[in-house]
Design a protein around this ligand. Structure first.
Ligand SMILES: *[C@@H]1O[C@H](CO)[C@@H](O)[C@H](O)[C@H]1NC(C)=O
Ligand SMILES: *[C@@H]1O[C@H](CO)[C@@H](O)[C@H](O)[C@H]1NC(C)=O
Ligand SMILES: *[C@@H]1O[C@H](CO)[C@@H](O)[C@H](O)[C@H]1NC(C)=O
Ligand SMILES: *[C@@H]1O[C@H](CO)[C@@H](O)[C@H](O)[C@H]1NC(C)=O
Ligand SMILES: *[C@@H]1O[C@H](CO)[C@@H](O)[C@H](O)[C@H]1NC(C)=O
Ligand SMILES: *[C@@H]1O[C@H](CO)[C@@H](O)[C@H](O)[C@H]1NC(C)=O
Ligand SMILES: *[C@@H]1O[C@H](CO)[C@@H](O)[C@H](O)[C@H]1NC(C)=O
Ligand SMILES: *[C@@H]1O[C@H](CO)[C@@H](O)[C@H](O)[C@H]1NC(C)=O
Length: 682
């Protein structure tokens, strides 16, 4: 019997929509815009101006987004008593009449985002107040002020998720969301909030709060212990201060304070579960070194007053290390783009579960790459764009950092890096040392250089802009590199033997601006991507034609053409090619049509590629038509000019003769007479 049951269910599901479609075709002459899937009606983007009144009675979900509705009239939903979800976002709704939802007692999800409900918000508020089961409400993008919002949600005490982004709220206080005790998620992103005063105190279930893109100047006396995610990015926050009196554990897991004006590391709860701490784009620094001046007349404590009332004023001792709170659960710390110039003693070690540490664009001058100063769990470390001149590390203990896989030290001033330091990191896979001054060792045991051989974990090595001049033979032997970036070492003297040992692994090779001349690429059969831009190459190295390249960067060389047979082979394999900045000959552009015919290849900078005609005039290849090309057409045009000139001159002469003959007939005899005034002797 169960088999039969399932069959009947399948039949039902198949037949009901079919029936509806048939009905609509026979009973209603107008086209039926909605798609029906079980009890869901999908009527998005149908140019509708009213709610369709012929959907099945049992419809539970109606989606009417992107239509042209101006208002919802009483009774328009009364046909659908089982309605659970109603979505009418992106219309032009100005109001919703009072009893629209009075016959939709089951409605749980209501989306009215991106309309113009500020017009008729009072009426809308009344219509909403009958929705005693509503769980999710989206009123984003409706031009609402905080008073309007307060009225709209006044009686929605069952609400669990409320979305209010892109409205016009200025401040929130305890009256704004007074009855929303069940709220779990609140999004007030992209309003104009400059003050929040006790607005969330009664929301004991609130777990996700998004305050991003507002104008908040600080978050003080933070005490929402139940919150899991707080997003306050893109405000003007200078201080984040927890109520330090609370002894219970804060549930907070994600705190996003990026893109603010923080001066100090946030004062986190003394007990918390924060795993993701995002502080990029602030002005965070550490000031402990100033604490030695406390005996003198320096002010070391700051008082904070709540802007609105004098309820809480908080005094903190700025140099007190405990203020950083509990960091023991942090896994990701993003401090990119701040003003950190040192870390207090033991600061990073407070995070024994740290996997990702992002310190790009700070002011660090030295960094200690030792298990004493870094947690051994560390997986990804980015210290690029600082002022590092020194990398402290001991070759013996560094191997304890056995989870460190990605290390970015690019754009610093590193000069003396311990010779085999990177070889001692057991898991190191990606290393970026670009834009430092690092040499490649000639002999083992030489100093002032880095050795790259036999680092068995290393796959990707970036050494762009390192002022490298020589790479000795077999420098990378025993290191299974798939990516090697050597671009922007203009004095590099790359020899065939330099890359020995990489033939079976190398997939990406960057040799842009390296003075490349003749290099035989044919050994490197696994290469997928090759950059040889800015090398003054007069022609395409023949050895790379047979490679199975997917990406090729040929920009800024001296190529005049790509021979047809090469173009054909390249076009079959290449997917992406860059080629502007060459000296292509306009008359040898067969490669262009070959590439054009091949759909698989994309010339990324096509619109910028130029060619030179015989007169050394530049033409954009895309705009070029055949007439510009060829010596023949040029000589021909000169002939045409001469012909034109001759024709015009002859015509002018002819016209003047005729003119003289016609209008000045006396001139002729006179001229003749003048010439022959003395009668010739006969
Ligand atoms: C909310 O409920 C109260 C009491 O029932 C009522 O006076 C008020 O008008 C309702 N609010 C709205 C917006 O309908
Ligand atoms: C915080 O909100 C911004 C803006 O919507 C978003 O880009 C960012 O990803 C959010 N942060 C987190 C941790 O979700
Ligand atoms: C913390 O506790 C102290 C002493 O009990 C009190 O004076 C202060 O107002 C409290 N701070 C806050 C923010 O509650
Ligand atoms: C503070 O002074 C003490 C003793 O004078 C010194 O040992 C310590 O390094 C100083 N601390 C800082 C952060 O400068
Ligand atoms: C601070 O300055 C005042 C007046 O200049 C002086 O009387 C006081 O002793 C100083 N305090 C300390 C801790 O040096
Ligand atoms: C705020 O300050 C005023 C005047 O100083 C005082 O009368 C009032 O009681 C204070 N309010 C609170 C909540 O402490
Ligand atoms: C290494 O880092 C990764 C981060 O992706 C983490 O999942 C893993 O648990 C770490 N391993 C150890 C031993 O810490
Ligand atoms: C290293 O950091 C620089 C600058 O922050 C960035 O441009 C580069 O892509 C990073 N390298 C890697 C391998 O991710």
């Amino acid at each position: 019997m169960p088999v039969f049951d399932r069959l009947s269910i399948v039949l039902c599901h198949a037949v009901v929509p079919l029936l509806v479609v048939l009905l609509s075709v026979s009973g209603y002459p107008q086209t039926f815009p909605c798609r029906l899937i079980r009890s869901t009606a999908l009527c998005n983007s149908c140019q509708l101006t009213a709610i369709p009144d012929h959907l099945p009675h049992k419809t539970e979900e109606i989606f009417l987004d992107n239509n042209l509705l101006l208002n919802l009239q009483d009774g328009c939903l009364s046909r659908y008593p089982l309605l659970r979800t109603f979505s009418c976002g992106n219309n032009r709704l100005m109001t919703v009449e009072e009893s629209v939802f009075s016959e939709s007692p089951l409605l749980k999800n209501l989306n009215l985002a991106n309309n113009e409900l500020y017009y008729g918000h009072k009426q809308v508020a009344q219509s909403l107040s009958s929705l005693s089961q509503l769980k999710t409400l989206d009123l984003s993008g409706n031009g609402l002020s905080e008073d309007m919002v307060s009225l709209l949600v006044q009686n929605l005490s069952s609400l669990e998720s409320l979305y209010l982004s892109r409205n016009a709220m200025l401040r929130l206080d305890e009256s704004t969301f007074r009855n929303l005790h069940q709220l779990r998620e609140l999004n007030v992103e992209r309003n104009l909030l400059f003050e929040i005063d006790g607005a969330f105190d009664h929301m004991k279930k609130l777990q996700r709060l998004n305050l991003a893109f507002n104008c908040l100047p600080c978050l003080v006396n933070f005490e929402m212990t139940q919150l899991l995610v707080l997003n306050a990015s893109h405000n003007s926050i200078e201080w984040f201060i927890t109520n330090q009196n609370l002894t219970e554990t804060f549930q907070l897991e994600t705190l996003d304070l990026s893109d603010n004006h923080l001066l100090f590391f946030p004062f986190l709860p003394t007990k918390n579960r924060i795993r993701t701490l995002l502080l990029s784009n602030n002005r965070v620094g550490f000031y402990q070194h100033l604490s030695n001046y406390t005996s003198s007349n320096w002010s070391t404590s700051v008082e904070y007053y709540n802007l609105g009332q004098n309820v809480s004023s908080i005094t903190v001792e700025l140099w007190n290390e405990n203020l950083h709170g509990d960091l023991s659960s942090v896994e990701l710390l993003d401090l990119s783009e701040n003003k950190v110039n040192y870390f207090p003693q033991g600061f990073i070690q407070q995070m024994p579960h740290l996997y990702w540490l992002r310190l790009r664009s700070n002011c660090l001058q030295s960094f200690s790459l030792t298990p004493e100063d870094l947690p051994v769990t560390l997986y990804d470390l980015d210290v690029s764009r600082n002022r590092l001149t020194e990398l402290k590390a001991s070759q013996h203990s560094i191997s304890e950092l056995n989870n460190l896989t990605h290390l970015n030290l690019s754009t610093n001033d590193l000069q003396n890096v311990p010779t085999r330091i990177f070889a001692s990191l057991p898991k190191l896979c990606t290393l970026d040392l670009s834009h430092n001054t690092v040499d490649v060792c000639y002999l083992p045991s030489s100093s002032g250089c880095v050795e790259w051989s036999n680092i068995v974990s290393l796959k990707q090595l970036y050494l762009a802009g390192c002022s490298i001049q020589n790479i000795p033979s077999s420098a990378f032997k025993g290191t299974p590199l798939t990516h090697l970036e050597l671009s922007n070492n203009p004095d590099l003297n790359l020899k065939q033997e330099s890359l020995e040992g990489l033939a079976n692994t190398l997939q990406h090779l960057g040799l842009g601006n390296t003075g490349l001349q003749d290099f035989d690429f044919s050994l490197y059969g696994h290469l997928k991507s090759l950059n040889i831009c800015r090398n003054s190459l007069p022609e395409l190295p023949e050895s790379l034609i047979a490679l199975n390249l997917k990406l090729l960067d040929l920009r800024d060389n001296m190529l005049t053409t790509i021979p047809s047979q090469h173009a054909g082979m390249l076009a079959q394999r290449l997917q992406i090619v860059y080629m502007n900045g060459n000296a292509f000959n306009c008359c040898h552009l067969n490669w262009y049509s070959t590439f054009g015919e091949n759909k698989g290849i994309s010339i990324v900078d096509l619109s910028e590629i130029t060619c030179l005609d015989l007169n050394h005039r530049r033409h954009k290849v895309v705009l070029l038509d055949a007439i510009h090309c060829g010596g023949f057409s040029n000589e021909e045009s000169v002939v045409w000019y001469i012909l034109l000139f001759v024709t015009v001159s002859v015509s002018i002469m002819g016209i003047s003769v005729i003119y003289m003959l016609t209008f000045k007939p006396r001139m002729l005899p006179r001229a003749i007479k003048k010439r022959c005034w003395r009668p010739a002797p006969y």
